[in-house]
Design a protein around this ligand. Structure first.
Ligand code: AMP
Ligand code: GLY
Length: 425
């Protein structure tokens, strides 16, 4: 069979790489793909991004199903368009994708269904937003309501920063429509984890746990990014925590959406903050897999992923058992010069090592032209190492990175430090 993955990042490379391992799969198209998907014989890039044109392509090529990576096409209704044409696709409809595409929708939904999350209020009026901040004090968190490509959240340590964030979004319209409304919420302290499940409308299949590193610099310093590295499993998600998150957050979300007449299908990603007492709260929902969490998760997944996605599309996820590599997978993102502000493009990349049994490099912002690999985006590569402990997985990943170079390459040296510092890891 032939499949299609929509997107061009490291997440999509990892999804396509995993799907292509199935003996049933002849070819995985990636739209538009990147330099890494261009290099793999089992994958083929297609330069189409318009959802209607993609639907035409899928019908013409008799593609068995489509898997969508990023949030933008989901929020724009690619699933609605494909379904209306009878084409198989895994992802949420435009309506269900509001769990990610509108923070106000997600927060109001969580309130209605008593799902643990930070206290909040939503504002479009500048003066009212400023007054709320003065009343609540700092630290406090300001979030643009709409999709803002990772730039929509300001964790303000001071009142000054909080007021400036409101001005940036509501008065200066720096984020356009996405920032026309803001959610202002309570600051939550603790440790974050990414909890990702597959949902077929009714049944929920949890994937392995993971943890992301959002800040640019070692020790969680510097600006927020899309994610500088991730590893799986996340030891903070113990079996007890897993059960609690399913009971208090995931299942009420899936049931709540069903009750409200918006059946959720697709990957559901709850970004968790777990406090010192071990209580999980929902920081955000994403209606897709995480990037870079997908890279270590796919590296650990065993078995035929194409069958899992088929079951998810067919509504039979309750019949699926996932099997995971017991090793830890740890992915380190190599970013371009000046990421995240204004990443430079066009730097020549050399030394990407070939895949081995314990290390694989997924591409994101890379382009292949005339046999040359160059940078073409902020996050360039994600190097994943697999080993029996977090520390050994770090060694494998960082050893592979030693071979790779491009001008301006920047990466964190401490991916996985929280898990590595725990006992027995
Ligand atoms: P979000 O896109 O909502 O996940 O926010 C991006 C990042 O901002 C999160 O991964 C957290 O690191 C941080 N963050 C978001 N909301 C809060 C909060 N209420 N308290 C503390 N940190 C937060
Ligand atoms: N790594 C965080 C995200 O995908 O939203």
């Amino acid at each position: 069979m032939k499949l299609l993955v929509v997107g061009s990042g490291g997440r999509e490379h990892a999804l396509a790489w995993k799907l292509a391992q199935s003996p049933r799969v002849q070819l995985v198209y990636v739209a538009p793909g990147n330099g890494g998907t261009a290099q793999d014989d089992r994958l083929r890039n297609v330069g189409i991004t318009d959802p209607n044109a993609l639907a035409d392509f899928v019908a013409q090529e008799q593609i068995a199903f489509t898997l969508v990576g990023p949030e933008q096409p989901l929020a724009a209704g690619i699933v609605n368009i494909f379904r209306a044409r009878g084409l198989k696709i895994f992802g949420p409809t435009r309506e269900a994708a509001q769990l990610e595409s509108s923070k106000d929708f997600a927060k109001a939904f969580m309130k209605r269904h008593a799902i643990p999350t930070a206290e909040y209020e939503t504002f479009s009026d500048v003066a009212a937003a400023h007054a709320y901040i003065d009343a609540k004090g700092a630290p406090i968190v300001i979030k643009a309501d709409g999709l803002a490509a990772g730039k929509g959240v300001v964790v303000a340590q001071t009142l000054e920063e909080a007021h400036a964030a409101v001005d940036m979004m509501l008065s200066d319209n720096k984020l356009g429509d996405a920032g026309a409304r803001v959610v202002i919420e309570e600051f939550l302290a603790g440790e974050e984890a990414s909890f990702i499940v597959m949902v077929d409308g009714k049944h929920v299949l949890p994937l392995a746990s993971s943890q992301d590193h959002k800040r640019l610099l070692d020790g969680d310093q510097g600006p927020n990014t899309g994610g500088m590295g991730a590893y799986s499993p996340a030891p903070i998600v113990t079996p007890q925590m897993h059960a609690r998150v399913m009971r208090e957050i995931i299942l009420p979300t899936v049931r709540g959406m069903e009750q409200e007449g918006i059946r959720f299908t697709g990957f559901l990603y709850a970004g968790l903050m777990i406090d010192a007492q071990g209580n999980p709260k929902t920081l955000e929902f994403n209606c897709r897999m995480g990037d870079p969490e997908t890279q270590p998760i796919m590296a650990r997944l065993k078995g035929d992923f194409s069958k899992v996605v088929e079951a998810a599309i067919g509504g039979t996820l309750d019949t699926v058992d996932l099997e995971w590599d017991r090793r830890t997978a740890l992915g380190v993102v190599l970013a371009a010069h000046n990421y995240p502000d204004a990443p430079r493009k066009g730097d020549f990349i050399s030394g990407v090592p070939p895949e081995t049994a314990d290390a694989v490099t997924f591409h994101a912002g890379t382009t292949l032209a005339d046999g040359k690999l160059t940078t073409s985006g902020g996050r360039v590569l994600c190097v994943v190492g697999l080993a029996d402990s977090v520390r050994s997985a770090q060694s494998v990943a960082y050893e592979a990175i030693n071979h790779i170079s491009f001008d301006g390459m920047q990466y964190r040296r401490d991916i996985g430090y929280r898990a590595a510092n725990r006992k027995h890891s």
